[in-house]
Design a protein around this ligand. Sequence first.
Ligand code: F3S
Length: 285
Amino acid sequence: MEIKLAKTAGFCFGVKRAVETVYEEIKKNTDKKIYTYGPIIHNEEVIKELAAMGVEVIRSEEELKKITDGIVIIRSHGLPKRVYRKMEESGISYVDATCPFVKKIHTIVSRESAAGAHIVVIGNRTHPEVEGIRGWAGDRVSIIQTREEAEDFRVEEPAGRVCVVAQTTFNYKKFQELVEIIEKKGYDILVLNTICSATRKRQEEAGRIAKSVEAMIVIGDKRSSNTQKLFEICNKECLNTYYIQTLDDLDLNQLGSVETVGITAGASTPKNIIEEVQNNVGTNF
Ligand code: F3S
C-alpha cells in the first residue's frame, strides 16, 4: 500500500506564519488577552482550540471599542489602512501577520494612488483581502470581478494612469480575460499580476496525484472554498475521492482494497490533522 501525500497539502506560507504568530503571542503574553481581527483561518478545529486558550475573534471595527487591554493580531488577509489608524489612535497594541504578498499589494496601491492613478482591484469585493486592499487606495478605486463589470469600467476625466492589481487567490485565466477587456479602453495602464502561486501549485499537484492513485482523500473544512475546489479537481481525475474534515469522517471500509491512496488538504488544514489521516490510512491497510 502506497500513500502519496501532496507536498503542498495544507497551510500556505502566509497562513502558516499567521497561525504561528497567534500561538507565539499567547506564549509571550500570558497576562494579556489575545484577539484576532477576523478568524485567523477558516478551520473550525483550530478556531475552537484557540477559543479554549482564551483567544477572542473581533468581527468589526465597532468591536475594537471594547478592547481595553490586549493584543490584536492581524490575519494574513490584511486590513484597510483606516483600521490600523483606529487601533493606533485608541492605543491598541497589534501584531501584523498580513501575508507579505498581500502587504506588497498594499504598498503598490498606496504608492500608485498617491501618484494619482485610478486603482482597479480584480477580485471578489466581499472578500476581506479585497476590502483590505481597497482600504489602501484613495477615492479613485474600482473592484472588478465579472466580464460585465470590466466592460462597464470607465475612468472620469482626467483619466491619468490606471493601475490594475489582483486578489492573491484570483483565477489567473479570469484575470487575463478581464485585463484584456480593460486594456482595450485605451487608458495608460499598468497591470501587476499579484496572484500568489501557492493555490495554483496546490491544485496542480492534487490533480497530478489524483490521476495516479486508486483513491484520493481531500482534507479540509466543509466551508473552505479552496478545499471544495481541490475536491472538484481530484474527483475529476479519480472518482474514488473523499472529502473529509478530520479522520472521524473517514470510513476506511469505504476506500475498498486499493493499492495507492493520495492525500491533499486545503490551505487552512493544520498539519496534525493531515498527519493523523496519513498515519491511520497507512496502518489500516
Ligand atoms: Fe499569502 Fe499566497 Fe497564502 S498570498 S496567504 S502565501 S495564498
